[in-house]
Design a binder for this molecule. Structure first.
Ligand code: MRU
Length: 356
């Protein structure tokens, strides 16, 4: 890895050892910031469960968890024994469970499908395939780390003179093997000695902005102010926020952006106040198969809305609607920041949609 592609200071995910004896070590994000606990995972079913309970989360990290999860899947299939066909069926079943563990971030199914296809020719030799899957996942990890560094540079440039920057959810060092996507430009500006001030929506209902973004930025010495959900438009009107930058879970062919619920409102508020709305994402988040945001499956997570409420807060019998993501139309995006540069809507290079 080049010197200018620094590793995540938080190491949210790491493969330790070889394919035969190794394990996937995950920082349990569901427990942050109260507990910094790492989990050693030895089965693909554990990784599926970790993805579903958001111990590992955020689009690029989901892709990596899927890719490393396949190494475990192959190892388990091999250990089960049986005919080559039975072993392959065992692998395919586990691969499908990984790919579908969460529906919205495209990084996960894309990484699983690409790793599976790239190693398919070795399906008759389980050990060789496991080795190849590990090498594939490690290459993706390097690619994502380098993407973070490039996004940092292009994003810092795209921010221009804006230094009071709002973000939504968490798209930082916790969700990539580098310094993040949306947060990478802020880290870079800070390292250059610029007086960056981050503003973080608390991000209802699971509080990724408060629990995760504010935690990792504060650790790094970047001033970060958390605002109650819905407060940002008023702050923009007062001139206290100069730009917004967010990550993405899926970017469609037409540029529609699927990201944490509430992102659309931030984009609308930026448009109303004439502020830049930037979307930072690596090419693994671009979906060549999705024409627009309309057909994207938006995850609904029943019960999440109550997670951080005191018992008794919600009156009995009150219905909830809990989409975890929303779609921001391309027309509201000022620029997409990727490892390839800064692109205007309607100007996305075809290379962003190329195979991983
Ligand atoms: O439900 P989460 O916490 O996985 O949602 C994460 C987001 O919405 C992030 O903004 C997105 O995955 C981009 S991470 C670089």
């Amino acid at each position: 890895v080049a010197d200018d592609a620094p590793a995540s200071p938080l190491t949210p995910l790491a493969w330790q050892g070889g394919w035969r004896d190794g394990c996937l070590v995950l920082l349990d994000q569901a427990l942050l910031p109260a507990h910094e606990q790492r989990l050693a995972r030895n089965t693909s079913a554990q990784v599926v469960a970790d993805i579903q309970r958001l111990a590992v989360r955020g689009a690029p990290l989901l892709g990596l968890a899927g890719a490393y999860g396949l190494v475990l899947a192959q190892r388990e299939a091999l250990a089960e024994g049986g005919s080559p066909a039975a072993q392959q069926a065992g692998f395919e079943r586990r691969a499908a469970a990984l790919a579908h563990a969460r529906p919205t971030a495209v990084n996960l199914p894309r990484a699983v499908a690409a790793a599976r296809d790239a190693t398919h020719a070795l399906a008759h030799d389980g050990a060789a395939r496991a080795q190849a899957l590990l090498a594939w996942a490690q290459a993706l990890e390097r690619q994502e780390r380098e993407a973070c560094a490039a996004i940092a540079r292009h994003g810092a440039q795209a921010l221009g003179s804006a230094r009071r920057v709002l973000t939504h959810c968490n798209a930082g060092a916790l969700v990539t093997p580098g310094w993040g996507t949306a947060l990478a430009p802020l880290y870079l500006l800070h390292r250059r000695g610029e007086a960056v001030e981050a503003w973080a929506d608390e991000t209802r209902p699971l509080l990724q902005g408060l629990r995760l973004t504010a935690w990792e930025l504060t650790r790094a010495g970047i001033p970060c102010t958390v605002v109650a959900e819905g407060a940002a438009p008023g702050l923009m009107r007062q001139g206290r926020i100069q730009a917004a930058i967010v990550g993405a879970d899926r970017i469609c062919r037409n540029g529609d952006v699927v990201n944490k619920v509430g992102t659309y409102g931030v984009a609308l508020a930026c448009r109303a106040h004439g502020l830049p709305f930037l979307v930072a994402a690596p090419r693994s988040t671009f979906d060549p198969a999705m024409a627009s945001g309309e057909a994207v499956v938006i995850e609904e997570r029943a019960g999440d809305g109550d997670r951080y409420l005191l018992p008794g807060t919600r009156p009995q019998g009150v219905a909830t609607c809990e989409p975890a993501f929303d779609v921001t139309p391309a027309a509201l995006v000022s620029a997409y920041i990727t490892e390839l540069g800064s692109h205007g809507p309607g100007d996305l290079p075809e290379a962003l949609f190329a195979p991983l």
